[in-house]
Design a protein around this ligand. Structure first.
Ligand code: AFP
Length: 337
């Protein structure tokens, strides 16, 4: 079978009118930066990159050295290309403007440079998540408010999982596609076109240690899954939890399943655990484009009007029918008061 590189794929998609030249170049630049992050993560202890950076990010979370390195790689790669008006990252409180010496483009890039970074030191998969928006017309110096666009307006979204293989999963609204990094050649090669997530599943991912803090409908839903063949669902469910969202989502993209980070009493004041703009929205776009569903447990994630760059939301995503059941339980409980 003739292999198709990411660059070739993007040229074909440009010819089909699915993506414009500036956006396709931006995707290539992000993919190139992720190859450098893959090299850094692959070196592990030998690269001196493991461990804490000794700093905290804007959310008060301890930063790993690789969080800081990955953030710098993405910022540096994207500063000079001329496709961006500004960048925003999990690791920075405010958006980063494009330096005056470089031309500015029409896009806004948001990213979580290294999701699941608490897993780095134990050699478990981590990943980069990104979302691309259009910079509003007439805005030359984008501020945080210009990034606050609903997920439905995303032009493209993707993630790269740094696992046994480095894999890029990408959408720009015409299906979800997977590319695997050929390390010898240094190119991402198309490995799955138009991925479809099975509508039904018997596998779920959730941090069960939070069970006693969940809301009642979540307790009910997971309780029914755990009851298995003897319970109301009438079948046994299996559980998987990597604690790297990218790896958990990649499993769902590959063989179906559902992922939950619901509201719980500990994180209620913050609105949830995962970040809307650079975790939930891009993953929701990727999942929906593969035929799955993504909600907060109450409403569609991509329909939310963002209120802050680092806003957090509950996340339910994956196989459509299972997301619908869990969401229905929450909506029904809210109605019953
Ligand atoms: P880190 O990047 O700090 O490791 O957080 C990862 C993450 O945002 C997401 O990838 C996981 O699903 C989730 O947090 C796990 O969080 P808990 O271990 O607190 O449940």
């Amino acid at each position: 079978m003739k292999s198709i590189s990411l660059i070739q794929f993007l040229i074909e998609e440009r010819r089909a009118g699915h993506v414009n030249a500036e956006l396709s170049l931006l995707i290539e630049v992000v993919a190139r930066a992720c190859k450098r992050i893959a090299v850094a993560t692959n070196k592990g202890a030998l690269g001196g990159v493991l461990g804490d950076a000794g700093t905290g990010n804007i959310q008060g979370e301890a930063q790993k050295k690789l969080d800081v390195i990955s953030n710098e790689i993405l910022l540096e790669a994207n500063a000079w290309g001329g496709q961006l008006a500004a960048c925003a990252s999990e690791e920075m409180e405010d958006p980063q403007p494009i330096p005056d010496m470089y031309p500015k483009g029409h896009h806004l890039l948001l990213f979580d440079p290294l999701d699941g970074s608490s897993n780095i030191d134990v050699n478990i998969s981590v990943g980069t998540i990104f979302s691309i928006l259009r910079c509003p017309d007439g805005v030359t110096e984008p501020k945080a408010e210009h990034f606050l666009q609903p997920g439905t307006t995303q032009l493209a979204a993707g993630y790269v999982v740094y696992g046994p293989a480095t894999v890029l999963v990408l959408t720009f609204g015409h299906g979800t596609h997977e590319f695997t990094l050929d390390r010898e050649v240094g190119s991402f090669i198309l490995s799955r076109r138009d991925i479809r997530i099975p509508e039904e599943t018997a596998e779920f991912a959730i941090n069960m240690s939070n069970q006693r803090h969940w809301e009642t409908p979540m307790q009910r839903y997971i309780g029914e899954l755990l009851a298995g063949v003897d319970g109301p669902r009438g079948k046994d469910f299996n559980m998987r939890w990597v604690a790297s969202m990218v790896a958990d989502v990649h499993r769902i993209i590959t063989r179906g399943g559902v992922f939950f980070y619901p509201l719980d009493a500990k994180i209620k004041a913050k609105g949830g655990k995962l970040r809307l703009m650079y975790e939930a929205n891009p993953m929701a776009f990727i999942i929906e484009q593969a035929g799955g569903a993504a909600t907060t447990g109450r409403e569609r994630i991509m329909g939310l009007q963002p209120t802050g760059l680092h806003q957090r939301v509950p996340v339910f995503l994956g196989s459509r029918k299972e997301v619908e059941v869990a969401t229905h339980y929450h909506v029904e409980a809210d109605r019953a008061g």
